[in-house]
Design a protein around this ligand. Structure first.
Ligand code: NDP
Length: 291
């Protein structure tokens, strides 16, 4: 059976169109608004924030950029978040991670008001997700992965899902989502201390890699017919590219793809879905604010 390459760009586009058409039917006094906060000039963060802003504007969501210099103190960042929390014209706040040291990400994520926390990283929203409360804002990358699985008709019920990575941004909320009633996967989460990685991964019907290291998933770790989702975004040197680097995932795509039923590419797989889910969460926050 030929492998299906899951087209994250196409699925993300459908999500954008759905938001656009629902938005067009609403008669609200103002547009949805997301405040994007970036601290410092990390090149990946610069590019992610630019992309989020561009997609928001394409959909009809206002994006307000708040750029703070490297060396911003926690008090200064808190003051900006408090201001955005109190601003009734702002529906959603996204603080781009990673934050430069010594800024405290956990503290910062918790500072964002729960009803504007479209990243879903606050303890309030993570708690709601854990309770399977439909009001939770679910972290965008895990939500995007679930949407990709659903729209690509990947069966999750009763299936064995293995996640590589246990971060708050990807692994942990994804595990909660996949084990949720109605999704019904049996989930194993692995990390840098996991033993027998090859054996555990080989048992997966759905294998999700969110490690941040190229080539972590090799063909001999993948069951025949598995669905493989590659979350990793790694910059590796490339003489072919003008920039001098290219983006690759955590999965050794060329050797793994022939064994899979479905696989996501990097770029063009999970990345666009993360942005699409940010738009969906922002639109949801807006609806809750204007209704
Ligand atoms: P983190 O560095 O926070 O987490 C990485 C996880 O991988 C940790 O749990 C770590 O274990 C685990 N790990 C490290 N080495 C191994 C190994 N050899 N085998 C198994 N597990 C291992 O990264 P993030 O979760 O923030 O991101 C992961 C990747 O996903 C990155 O490449 C990032 O750029 C990408 N990403 C992509 C997004 C997208 O939209 N496509 C969005 C967010 C992230 P331990 O906990 O023990 O250290």
């Amino acid at each position: 059976m030929a492998v299906e390459i899951i087209d994250g760009n196409a699925v993300a586009k459908s999500v954008h169109e759905e938001i656009k058409s629902e938005l067009a039917k609403m008669s609200a006094p103002r547009r949805p608004c997301v405040a994007l906060v970036r601290v410092g000039e990390d090149p990946a963060s610069v590019s992610y924030v630019r992309k989020k802003s561009r997609v928001a504007e394409e959909i009809g969501i206002e994006s307000r950029l708040n750029i703070l210099p490297e060396g911003t103190s926690q008090e200064e960042l808190d003051a900006l978040i408090d201001k955005l929390n109190a601003d009734d014209s702002v529906d959603a706040i996204l603080v781009q991670a990673p934050l430069p040291k010594p800024l405290d990400e956990r503290h910062t994520f918790n500072r964002v008001r729960a009803d504007k926390d479209v990243d879903g990283f606050s303890s309030a929203n993570l708690g709601l997700l854990c309770q399977e409360n439909p009001g939770a804002f679910v972290a965008c990358t895990p939500a995007g992965i679930l949407e990709l699985l659903k729209r690509s008709k990947v069966e999750t019920r009763g299936k064995r899902a293995v996640i590589l990575g246990r971060s708050i941004i990807v692994g942990k909320p994804l595990a909660l989502l996949l084990m949720k009633k109605g999704v019904d996967a049996s989930v194993a989460v692995c990390h840098s201390k996991s033993e027998n990685l090859k054996e555990i991964c080989s048992s997966a019907d759905i294998l999700i890699a969110a490690v941040g290291k190229p080539g972590v998933v090799l063909a001999d770790m993948v069951k025949d017919g598995a669905c493989v989702i590659d979350v990793g975004i790694n910059r590796v040197p490339s003489a072919e590219k003008k920039s001098g680097y290219k983006l690759v995932g955590d999965v050794d795509f060329d050797s793994v793809a022939p064994k899979c039923s479905k696989i996501t590419p990097v770029p063009g797989g999970v990345g666009p879905m993360t942005v699409a889910m940010l738009m969906k969460n922002t639109f949801e926050a807006y609806k809750r604010h204007v209704r």
